[in-house]
Design a protein around this ligand. Sequence first.
Ligand code: ATP
Length: 712
Amino acid sequence: MTRNSSSSFSYVVTSSNDDVIMEIDEASEPQGHNGIVVSAHVAWKDVSVMVTLNNGDTRNILEGLTGYAEPGTFTALMGPSGSGKSTLLDALSGRLASNAILSGNILLNGRKAKLSFGTVAFVTQDDTLIGTLTVRETIHYSAQLRLPDRMPLSEKRTLVESTIADMGLQDCADTFIGNWHLRGISGGEKRRVSIALEILMRPRLLFLDEPTSGLDSASAFFVTQTLRCLSRDGRTVIASIHQPSSEVFELFDRLYLLSGGKTVYFGQASEAHQARYLPYSRLSIILWIIFVSRPYTFFIMWKLELNLVFGLQFFAEAGFPCPSFRNPSDHFLRCSNSDFDKVKATLRDSIKYNDDPLNKMTTVEAIRSLVDFYRRSQYCYLANEQVEEMSKVKGTVLDSNGSQASFFMQSYILTKRSFVNMTRDFGYYWLRLVIYLVVSVCVGTIYFNVGTTYNSIQARGACAAFIFGFMTFMSIGGFPSFVEDMKVFQRERMNGHYSIIAFVISNTLSAMPFLILIATLSGTICYFMVRFHPGFSHYLFFVLALYASITTVESLMMVIASVVPNFLMGIVIGAGILGISMVVSGFFRLPHDIPKPVWRYPVSYLTFDFWAIQGQYKNHLKGLIFDNQSPDLPKITGEYALKETFQIHVNRSKWVDLSVIFSMIIIYRLIFFIMIKINEDVTPWLRGYIARRKMQQNGANQNKTMTQYALA
Ligand SMILES: Nc1ncnc2c1ncn2[C@@H]1O[C@H](COP(=O)(O)OP(=O)(O)OP(=O)(O)O)[C@@H](O)[C@H]1O
């Protein structure tokens, strides 16, 4: 790319042999953060995707696709369900599943692209947003998470407001996104918020997976129109769209039509059908005039694929003209969706055999004919030519679309956002606090003023076991909210919004005030109603141990959420682990009676309940004197009861027991971090390796069978 010396406002893009490929007006070319003019020219050549299925078989999802997308254009990927639209988007944006193997070339500004976290903006099909934040807050937090720290707050605010205006969200800017107990914005507005979050950093390349799914036709039109406007700003926008209305279809610049992973059509969207409105004779006269008077203009038109030159439109040319009064997108999908054969079979009596050729052949035949026709057509030839040209132009390497904020800023903003969410979401902690208080009052009244009678020794043990076993168990109730948090985390992480450590720290810090509140209030009620042991240090120990135990359960549930992000399975697994932890805690079976292999060593020592109960018994009994079974018998010391009744290790300080629980919190948080890292880095690599091995094995087996067959 060279700067044109005659004009400071234009670039001349040249190929390696110095042919002029295109001129770019600088005013329309976007500026990157570093001031360098950047734009995204994406080209893909012979892209195929093969997946390994669970049974070891392989399947081709995409076969030899070639196409391109340029700045300032809006490319729509269309095709029937299962045709490979999402897979193509994933392949282009570097998000393919780990069992998928990509072959072919993907070029970004003429260079082989290795797109990973945060390089491109990707709007997924689901709107994973935090329901308790308003639209403005959602965008504002995202801006603070990603924009550089040195950027003044006023500028960040201006950017947020302009993004809100770009997406037409002004009217609902202060409305909550909405969740199960908060009435929120509409589905169309949610889609626009999701898009707003990705265009906030002004990405040059924007991928959207079905941005209009689930929207009514008016909302779909407005969302698509917004995308078209965004592209007009010099961005490259590629979106998969399911079944657009004719109004929405008119907004596409280029159409990539897929069926069964193969290209049915790629070219100007209008060309797929529009020329039918233009009489051939009149068009050819116009073109002859252009050709004779301005051969250069004619050549440019041809280069720019204005195929009106030939007055032919693809589907008509291929023998499947779009009938009058049929929505073009309906027609394309009708031609490329083999499921219509089943529809036809069902409706065979009512189908009128009119001129529509689709009624005279199966859709499978139509698809085959269209795919073959496209391969031999000038559209395919021009697409290949253009991709070839684009691969020769080595443009600017695209800036990462990820966060430019410092680690401390990310941690601070995430903590603040998470705290606001926890405060506003009644189901996150408030509901649990109410239940904890109610249960604490119940425990307090049942064990009220437990005293120092002989029977109180057992009662104290049972009460502590209940509080630290069953009450802490209630913390698994926070799992659903945490699963929702994880969904937001995964979306933001895939787009490179912040680091994993920032997320883990923020989650720990934001939850802390609520857990302290729950532990202090319910601990105080229980402690003073039951009257466990006089003395502030005993009370403090009890509350600290309760806090540590609840936090451990939370941390354990976080680990489970990182492995099993399914709400129901997570709760069941969490309940199972806590159940086992309770039964080996030393209350239901005394420590020395627990079977030594496995259950005592190591399982009981790995559970927090064991350490919590050891500490609590010491806290509630040590230093007290208890009545014996009859007044004649000598009094029982707390130490004696601990050793003989509960088989407790009295020489170890209760503070050591407490510190083991605190260290478990740290260990679980570390495991949580490692699990996310493994999910991100190791699992895809491992699954990819297994997929490749299976593929190689399949190939070897096939070769062996073929050789045996040949020898026979
Ligand atoms: N990782 C994968 N493993 C196995 N099969 C896959 C994988 N990814 C996609 N597929 C299969 O490939 C086909 C194409 O899927 P894809 O999601 O790309 O289609 P689509 O055109 O986006 O469909 P829809 O419009 O319904 O979202 C489907 O049959 C899907 O089941």
